[in-house]
Ligand binder design. Structure first.
Ligand code: NAD
Length: 453
């Protein structure tokens, strides 16, 4: 690994990757490789957790293709040297900012959207002109193996290489010196990555998880709320970092919501056969989720097939913040419903938990919306919808506090892998003598005057 990282540093130092045409060519190549291997891509992810072609396209590949399209369209303007004003004290001079790639980047992916979470940061890193080592999650192992095959057969290893493996391989990689580390995964592992990066003061982006709250206020379009929410929650069987984790609902709407939510789940007929449901990724996670299901709080669902790794879409009611389901990110098809009387009290309770990756608000009441947006800090979110904000690449995607550090997608992705080099550029035909010794009251007076401009 040490040699590979060294080779990538050498390759980066040839300055080849900074060339605009080179970057556009690599983006096109990545798109071509993915498009010509889509069938294999669908097969591998189905093997991992029975995800359908429809869901793989809509929730994974389409996002990667969209980021590639955006990058190809805008790369020239994103990479432009930007002129800025110059302060009077520096007259005569110009000032500008040069975007430059950071260098050799390590990208570590998670298993739940294994293509999107690994390749969207790769697109951003290529666009910005870096070299890349990608370590996909070993848990979605068929996808990881295919990714290694597709990348390593089509790209020069010194430029872009996939390394497969789990904790020990990642630890070995983290012992090397990178110019950027981009990590997607749990908050717990995020802390390990941050500490490892600190040894070399390597900049990091951490895309982590957390419990994303969903508010349903007294004034809401309940039918639309249920429709959008049930889709968002049970997409990927709830194994989505920005899935609505739990519901905070005004008590006057709770019973209506539960009834309609149950009907919507039945209508959607979530199943692997219908292509709108997936397995839980492994037995360990089925066991983990099972512990969050107190029988007396199950409103609907709750059946588990450990062998097939399936948990029915489940609604919990009469839930309190002390229940097991509220102690960690659920990351599965369980939706706890908590009712509130006072919106302010509900907000205060949510604010006792770490800052979430997302927050959703279903309301027609402007002041409720404003209050929640004003008082809760979260990575990103939506009003009267859930999850869909990720599809808009104009919205930087990322967490805050325990849910992450930094953001990406679209131009934010380019910025995430770029250093902005500030330059003051002076001609030599004039030099004001004010800063030089001997320091006199006259010079100080003029310096103070210049400072006003
Ligand atoms: P994880 O943290 O267990 O694993 C993520 C990556 O870290 C994997 O590649 C894994 O091999 C590696 N890893 C695991 N343990 C390690 C260790 N001790 N040292 C070094 N590397 C290690 O996360 P996961 O189970 O793959 O994903 C689930 C979590 O990720 C959830 O919390 C979810 O919310 C979060 N997530 C966040 C986003 C986001 O965009 N913010 C997206 C998807 C998932």
């Amino acid at each position: 690994m040490c040699q590979l990282v060294e080779n990538q540093h050498q390759y980066f130092n040839t300055h080849k990757t900074k060339n605009l045409k080179f970057r556009l060519k690599q983006l096109q190549k990545l798109e071509d490789v993915l498009k010509s291997n889509e069938k294999e891509i669908y097969k591998a992810i189905y093997k991992d957790f029975k995800k359908s072609e429809f869901d793989t396209y809509t929730s994974e590949l389409s996002l990667v293709y969209n980021d590639i399209k955006e990058a190809k369209r805008n790369l020239k303007s994103w990479g432009k040297v930007k002129s800025v004003g110059t302060n009077f004290l520096n007259f005569p001079a110009k000032s500008y900012i040069i975007p430059e790639p950071l260098g050799v980047c390590l990208i570590i992916g998670a298993w739940n959207y294994p293509y999107q979470l690994s390749l969207a940061p790769v697109v951003a890193a290529i666009a910005a002109g870096n070299t890349i080592i990608l370590k996909p999650s070993e848990i979605s192992n068929a996808t990881s193996a295919l990714m290694a095959q597709l990348v390593n057969n089509n790209f020069e290893a010194n430029y872009f290489k996939v390394i497969e493996g789990g904790v020990s391989e990642t630890t070995e990689l983290l012992n090397q010196k990178f110019d950027k580390i981009f990590f997607t995964g749990s908050t717990q592992v995020g802390k390990i990555i941050y500490q490892a990066a600190a040894k070399n003061l390597t900049p990091v982006t951490l895309e982590l998880g957390g419990k994303s709250p969903t508010f349903i206020t007294k004034s809401c379009n309940i039918k639309m709320t249920v429709k959008r929410l049930i889709w968002a929650k049970f997409l990927n069987a709830g194994q989505t970092c920005i899935a609505p984790d739990y519901i905070m609902i005004h008590q006057s709407r709770e019973q209506e919501f539960l009834k309609l939510a149950k009907a919507e789940i039945q209508k959607e007929q979530f199943s692997i056969e219908n292509g709108n449901y997936v397995q839980i990724i492994n037995e360990r996670n089925v066991e983990r989720l099972k512990k969050m299901l107190p029988q007396e709080k199950i409103y609907f669902g709750g059946n588990i097939n450990l062998k097939k790794r399936i948990i029915e879409p489940t609604l919990l009611h009469n839930v309190s913040f002390d229940d097991a389901v509220m102690q960690e990110e659920i990351f599965g098809p369980i939706l706890p419903v908590i009712s509130y009387n006072s919106l302010q009290e509900a907000i205060d309770k949510v604010n006792k938990l770490p800052k979430p990756l997302s927050c959703y608000v279903f309301t027609n009441n402007k002041s409720d919306k404003k209050k929640i947006l004003n008082q809760i800090s979260f990575g990103g979110g939506a009003i009267n919808d859930a999850v869909m904000h990720i599809t808009n690449s104009k919205l930087p995607f990322g967490g805050v506090g325990f849910s992450g550090l930094g953001n990406y997608h679209g131009e934010a992705g380019f910025r995430c892998f770029t250093h902005y080099k500030s330059v003051l550029d002076k001609p030599t035909w004039l030099e004001l003598p004010l800063k030089y010794y001997p320091h006199t009251p006259f010079k100080l007076k003029w310096i103070k005057r210049f400072m006003r401009f």
